[in-house]
Design a protein around this ligand. Structure first.
Ligand code: FMN
Length: 315
């Protein structure tokens, strides 16, 4: 990383009871299980990573095409392809445990039912190699998985159930596909979650006009990348207004200045997804860009900046 005049440790924060040396993590589904990207991204120089979703059984995912470029980003419908709980425990967690030192790991958890989420959490809870869970209630690609993130009662019951199942940090990843993200943020806090990730992708469609059919095998997919930056910032701000939980801001972040928008809106950590596909150095560059902002604005510690958005004019 570039040498900066910023005081050493300026980016360091204690969140979920542990020290994050950097506020930048890699987003779920965009960094495999860490190992696949270890030669490309210096994982211990950033805050950590969120694994690909883990479900009880392995999933093969959707038919191709699964990804396509869109104006200002991309669309994906991977369909939560993953190795499943047993292989994750046997092969992926031991690698993370052995190879990561400063970087913190969250396991992204999915399920079709409350029971499936709880089985994954119970199955992992005694294992080493990760800090906590990021509960994916928001993937738009699996039809029977959408209800938890958009149904207030179902979300409350799920968070309550998982809270009772673990003492590890429990972060809920919100979907933006609701009228008011703040309502769902509040539910998560009331039911005992430790943090929120905001946000997952937006549902979208790309049409191949020559064939007159959807380009993506699943027909629709989740849109990510720079196009969703303002929506992610807004969701973060709404969540911050509605609850006091730590927020991991996600969506369209490419630069340190993008990340600063999330931090001012209320995020203490950020995640980088699509940008790493364009440039594997993106996460490190975002980290350095945040440090440069602190230096430029003579802010001693990143934590002094979190949620300090000046209200601005209203009509
Ligand atoms: C190819 C791909 C796969 C993804 N898989 C998951 C996943 O398994 N679980 C999840 O919670 N989010 C998943 N996401 C969503 C990202 O973690 C992130 O929330 C979203 O892409 C917005 O961030 P970005 O604009 O920086 O990419 C995936 C995104 C992409 C592009």
């Amino acid at each position: 990383m570039t040498e900066l005049a910023t005081a050493p440790g300026a980016l360091r924060q204690t969140v979920f009871g542990v020290e994050f040396e950097s506020p930048v993590l890699l987003a779920s589904g965009t960094c495999g299980y860490g190992q696949e990207y270890a030669d490309l991204i210096p994982l211990d120089e950033i805050g950590g990573l969120v694994t690909k979703a883990v479900s009880v059984e392995p999933r093969v995912g959707n038919a191709p095409h699964r990804v396509a470029e869109t104006p200002g980003g991309m669309i994906n419908a991977i369909g939560l392809e993953n190795v499943g709980l047993d292989v994750f425990r046997a092969e992926k967690l031991p690698w993370l445990d052995a190879h990561l030192d400063r970087a913190h790991v969250f396991v992204n958890v999915v399920g079709r039912t409350e029971e499936e989420y709880a089985t994954v959490v119970a199955g992992l809870d005694e294992d080493a190699g990760f800090l906590g869970y990021e509960i994916n209630v928001s993937c738009p690609n699996v039809k029977d998985g959408t209800m938890f993130g958009t149904d207030e009662a179902a979300l409350a019951a799920l968070v309550r159930r998982l809270r009772a199942a673990t003492e590890r940090p429990l972060v809920v990843k919100l979907t933006p596909n609701v009228a008011d993200v703040g309502v769902y943020a509040r539910i998560c806090e009331d039911e005992g979650a430790d943090g929120l990730s905001a946000i997952n992708t937006f549902p979208g469609m790309v049409i191949d006009i020559e064939r007159r059919e959807p380009l993506i095998g699943n027909r629709s997919g989740g849109v990510s990348g720079p196009a969703i930056l303002p929506m992610g910032v807004y969701a973060t701000w709404r969540a911050r207004q509605s609850c006091g939980l730590p927020i991991l801001g996600i969506g369209g972040i490419r630069t340190g200045d993008d990340a600063i928008q999330y931090i001012l809106a209320g995020a203490c950590l950020v995640q980088i997804g699509t940008a790493s596909f364009v440039d594997p150095d993106a996460a490190v560059d975002v980290n350095d860009g945040i440090a440069r902002y602190l230096e430029r604005h003579e802010v001693a510690r990143l934590s002094d900046l979190v949620g300090t958005l000046v209200p601005g004019p209203t009509v």
